[in-house]
Design a protein around this ligand. Structure first.
Ligand code: BV8
Length: 240
């Protein structure tokens, strides 16, 4: 870790694996979300056009599980919030996750590049707003009053992830890039490590239960559970 200046900027990419020990399913593990439902049916604009009730049902069940089943941040989320508080440089979390566990652990400098489960938006007004209830096609937009226009504020396959310019700038400037709990299967997030390696300066680390598809692109890869790896890694960074 000697290459890291004491106040160098840190960018941390997180995926479903960081929330697994909080009780939320991942996507591509053997009993993951995509083993139970086809992503084409519930995580694409085409699927939503074809059967909006099915898509609302998919996100309603995940929203209810997050809100009602005692899901809380784990030690990995807490360690990243500690790093943001105690590190002298900037710490930015770019999460692919749509849960609110980073926020609830205390992280503030955070981008949800694939959207947020606890927000919806009107396809006419485009403005997202907080939402914790079930959603259906009959619900009217509180702003424009139209029915059948509300959708989850979530980025589906074939849709542009959010805040990509801000993410690109942060990747270009960082001295350390850490990827936690992601399979490296979904782009553009899976390509971030290549972008960082291309700027030729930052140190890159992967913390994951098993090697991701981009594992060989990282200077360093540590295998294990996020709730153990992340607090140890943060302690190491802060006590160098
Ligand atoms: C885009 C919705 C371009 C939210 C998600 C054809 C047309 C268009 C695009 C494409 C195309 N073909 C390919 C693409 C690109 C496509 C893509 O990458 N497809 C894949 C399938 C190949 N990407 C897109 O479409 C993206 N948009 O490219 O737009 C564009 C350009 C111009 C104009 C318009 C558009 C959009 C991608 C976002 C899609 N939305 N989800 C939701 O429902 O949640 S993706 C979905 O996968 C989730 O968001 C999730 O975050 C993401 C990545 O999954 P992971 O987080 O990595 O989870 P996974 O289960 O895979 O892995 C978990 C890991 O954790 C494992 O490695 C496991 O070992 C580890 N783990 C488990 N337990 C632990 C652990 N680690 C530590 N501790 C533990 N305890």
């Amino acid at each position: 870790m000697s290459v890291l200046p004491p106040s160098g900027a840190i960018v941390i990419l997180t995926g479903a694996g960081i929330s697994k020990e909080s009780g939320l399913d991942t996507f591509r593990d053997k009993d993951g979300i995509w083993s139970k439902v086809r992503l084409e049916d519930v995580a694409t604009p085409e699927g939503f056009r074809r059967d909006p009730a099915k898509v609302h049902g998919f996100y309603n069940a995940r929203r209810r599980h997050l809100v009602e089943d005692g899901i809380v941040p784990n030690a990995a989320h807490a360690a990243l919030a500690r790093l943001e508080r105690e590190w002298r440089g900037e710490v930015l979390i770019v999460t692919q996750n749509i849960d609110d566990l980073h926020e609830r652990a205390g992280s503030a400098n955070l981008i949800h590049m694939h959207g947020e489960l606890l927000k919806i938006r009107c396809q006419r007004c485009a403005q997202p707003f907080a939402w914790v209830d079930d959603l259906d096609q009959e619900r009217r937009c509180p702003d424009c009053g139209r029915g059948g226009t509300l959708r989850p504020h979530v980025v589906w396959f074939g849709e542009m992830p959010l805040e990509m310019e801000r993410i690109g700038d942060a990747l270009a400037e960082c001295s350390l890039f850490v990827s936690i709990g992601t399979s490296g299967h979904v782009y553009p997030a899976a390509g971030f490590v290549q972008m960082v390696r291309g700027q030729g300066r930052a140190h890159t680390v992967e913390l994951n239960l098993e090697p991701s598809e981009s594992a060989t692109m990282f200077h360093e890869s540590r295998l294990g559970r996020a709730s153990e790896l992340v607090p140890a890694f943060v302690e190491e960074l802060l006590c160098r």
